[in-house]
Write a new protein. Structure first.
Lengths: 221, 255, 226
């Protein structure tokens, strides 16, 4: 069956947009987790100065809308003579915002580990570094993974904001077609299905990972 | 002690299974006013399910329940709500409403189910708290009460509904040994006032002092029943006798 | 920089006026979400298979589709398709309400499932009907348990309300964009808007923490029934 020109246009645009969305999501998710772990660790174990800095960072990025952060990066920084491409501004904004939320889960997980675990390891002759690598991290990772996974799901959804700083991903691509043909209900329903597919896929993968790492007593409840 | 009075509750041939497992196999019981029947037997024998079937907290698969000669239709919600109002229940783990004070726990069913005014309900609740010796604890929340106090509030809550019959599902078995006494005293007080009760318990002093009839349940059936004098008579080789000897030994070991 | 500061000072009252609309959106959305969430959670836990399936699909959609896409879909698409002439403000409030409703449904569902089974059983044993038990015993407990999660939802909805500008509701973000596009003082203006949102976020979070303390009951907190 031949698709009508409208649908041909739509799917070509959406698929191109989808690639851009993925190109936004993957580096932001990876960067967000890495910076999030660092910030979370600093917020838990850092000295007072670094702890305060990291806390401020997390509070600012968690306390303000992501759109504003994107606008500051893309439209605001040029006031200081710094020009970012739309793609770079979007990835930077997503990464910093996501990492702030991730640090919250990481910190919660680190704090939830009972002091007996440190004592037990130390009594067996572990160094501090060995204790963190072999005892604390494997536990903290399992405690944090559910929250961190949810954060990645949020990231997938909020990647739809990139079009606002003119980085044309899934939503932006669809919006162009919708405006051109004036068929909003169909276009945005189909975009919705694209996101549902992305989010559902991510949920399945995360469930698999959680399942594989499951140990009794370390569920997210 | 066995009475010829007319039964107020008649439970006939209750059967209940979960999946392939039969928990209750045609269990029957009859109660006249003032009767106290005590269920004993190994755990998993179906005592708790049976008690919960009597006021339809667990819906029987088949069987009949008659309250005051009126048959309860299991499919009619109104029948079931009425049955539950007239048959009180005391749980092993109290089940006090955790968001309400001792007083609130008693007033909430009075106001919602019996549609009493707030003032009336509070008056009644204070009366019941006094009966179980907890007048000074009315504004405490469940988390601030000891196990024995929680169970006494639960009893007061059930009694405030003016039940004709009280079902007690191992009322003392979740309690510290030091707190059992206060609950036993309250239950004995109820017996003196002529409360009609069915109680599952392993508490020897309750079995000996209160039971008009002992029913020994095992594998979902009542395998023995009779007055304690007969069943527990020295030298009698009944299952109940053996079971109570075992309980006696245990309580001696516990000191 | 002189210029930047004076632009911010001059436009501050105009920007702050937008916070009334922002607050309106958030309050409306939160209460719509609470309403939807309570009914849906009860349906998700106590409903039959069909009700549960329908509600699960609703939750799946509203948790999986980005807010911007929903805004476009409802404002330019569904509402006009249905002949409903809703303002941008109404659309944002409804869409955010339906979204937070899906999240709140899951929050309340978790809280209901975390209640010991005996609570419902004891209510039934006292002759309460299912609806009475849910109203007098289940809801008062789960609403208390849910306040911390609610405060999280508040902060998300407040931040999402900044997306209202994509369909032109004149709240804080839209007003900031309007001034910025005329004065070219993007950086200072967006930072100002960020500060306003930041203050609103923490004001709400602190308010809800106060509420939590106010309705607090011994032995009952977000850590459950100890």
């Amino acid at each position: 069956m031949e698709l009508s020109p409208f649908y041909q246009d739509l799917f070509t645009s959406l698929n191109r947009g989808l690639l851009m969305s993925i190109a936004l999501i993957v580096p932001s998710a990876v960067g967000g987790v890495l910076i999030g772990i660092t910030a979370g660790a600093v917020r838990t174990y850092g000295n007072r100065f670094f702890r305060t800095m990291a806390n401020c960072y997390a509070a600012i990025f968690r306390g303000t809308p992501l759109v504003i952060q994107l606008f500051v990066l893309y439209f605001g920084l040029p006031n200081l003579g710094i020009y970012l491409t739309p793609y770079l501004a979007a990835v930077l904004g997503f990464t910093l915002c996501s990492a702030a939320y991730q640090s919250e889960y990481v910190r919660g997980a680190l704090l939830s580990i009972k002091s007996g675990q440190y004592l037990g390891a130390q009594a067996l002759g572990f160094t501090t570094f060995q204790t963190i690598v072999w005892i604390i991290l494997p536990q903290a990772f399992r405690r944090a993974i559910h929250g961190c996974g949810n954060e990645i799901i949020y990231l997938i959804k909020y990647s739809s904001l990139a079009f606002i700083v003119t980085c044309i991903e899934l939503t932006g691509a669809g919006k162009t077609v919708a405006t051109e043909y004036f068929r909003f209900t169909e276009v945005f329903s189909i975009i919705g299905l694209y996101y549902l597919a992305l989010v559902s896929l991510a949920i399945i993968i995360l469930k698999k990972i959680e399942h594989r790492l499951f140990i009794p007593g370390f569920g997210h409840h | 002690m066995m009475t010829d009075k007319k039964p107020i509750l008649r439970v006939k041939n209750i059967t209940k299974s979960f999946g392939d497992v039969t928990i209750l196999n045609s269990v029957s019981i009859e109660l006249a006013k003032g009767d106290i029947k005590i269920l004993i037997g190994p755990s998993g024998g179906g005592k708790s399910t049976f008690l919960q079937c009597i006021n339809c907290l667990v819906m029987p698969d088949s069987g009949e329940i008659e309250l005051d000669n009126e048959r309860i239709q299991f499919t009619r919600k109104q029948d079931i709500y009425r049955l539950r109002q007239e048959v009180g229940m005391i749980f092993q783990d109290f089940n006090l409403f955790d968001h309400l004070t001792a007083l609130g726990n008693i007033t909430v069913p009075l106001r919602k189910v019996k549609k009493m005014s707030k003032k009336e309900a509070e008056q009644r609740a204070r009366l019941e708290l006094e009966q179980v010796g907890l007048s000074d604890k009315e504004s405490l929340y469940p988390a601030q009460l000891s196990g024995g106090q929680k169970q006494r509030v639960a009893i007061a809550r059930a009694l405030a509904m003016d039940p004709k019959i009280l079902l007690l599902d191992e009322p003392t078995s979740a309690l510290d040994p030091t707190l059992i006494g206060e609950v036993i005293n309250v239950i004995k007080g109820l017996a003196v006032k002529g409360m009609t009760m069915i109680m599952a318990t392993h508490q020897i002093s309750l079995i000996h002092n209160l039971a008009d009839e002992i029913l020994f349940m095992e594998d979902g059936r009542i395998v023995e029943q009779g007055p304690p004098d007969a069943l527990l008579a020295a030298g009698n080789k009944s299952k109940s006798q053996g079971f109570c000897d075992l309980l006696n030994e245990l309580s001696e070991v516990e000191g | 920089m002189q210029n930047a500061l004076s632009v911010v000072v001059d436009s501050l009252p105009y920007l702050l006026q937008g916070s009334f609309l922002t607050a309106g959106i958030v309050v409306f959305a939160m209460f719509l979400g609470l309403f939807i969430g309570i009914f849906m959670s009860v349906g998700l836990v106590y409903g039959n298979r069909y009700i549960r399936n329908i509600l699960t699909v609703y939750v799946w959609i509203f948790r999986g589709v980005p807010v911007v896409v929903l805004l476009f879909l409802f404002y330019f698409g569904l509402f006009s398709f249905l002949g409903l002439n809703f303002s941008a403000f109404a659309t944002v409030s409804i869409v955010l309400g339906m979204t937070t409703g899906a999240y709140q449904a899951n929050i309340f569902k978790g809280a209901i499932l975390s209640l010991p089974q005996g609570q419902f059983k004891a209510a039934s044993a006292l002759g309460m009907s299912d609806i009475q038990a849910i109203k007098s015993i289940v809801l008062p407990q789960i609403l208390r348990l849910s306040i911390p999660a609610w405060s999280n939802e508040y902060s998300i909805i407040l931040k999402d309300s900044a997306l209202a500008f994509v369909i032109g509701a004149p709240e804080i973000m839209a007003r900031t964009q309007f001034v910025a596009s005329r004065t070219y003082q993007h950086l200072s203006l967006y930072i100002t808007a960020g500060i306003i949102y930041f203050l609103l976020t923490w004001a709400g979070v602190i308010g809800l923490r106060k509420l939590e303390q106010y309705v607090r009951i011994p032995g009952y907190s977000q850590h459950g029934n100890q």
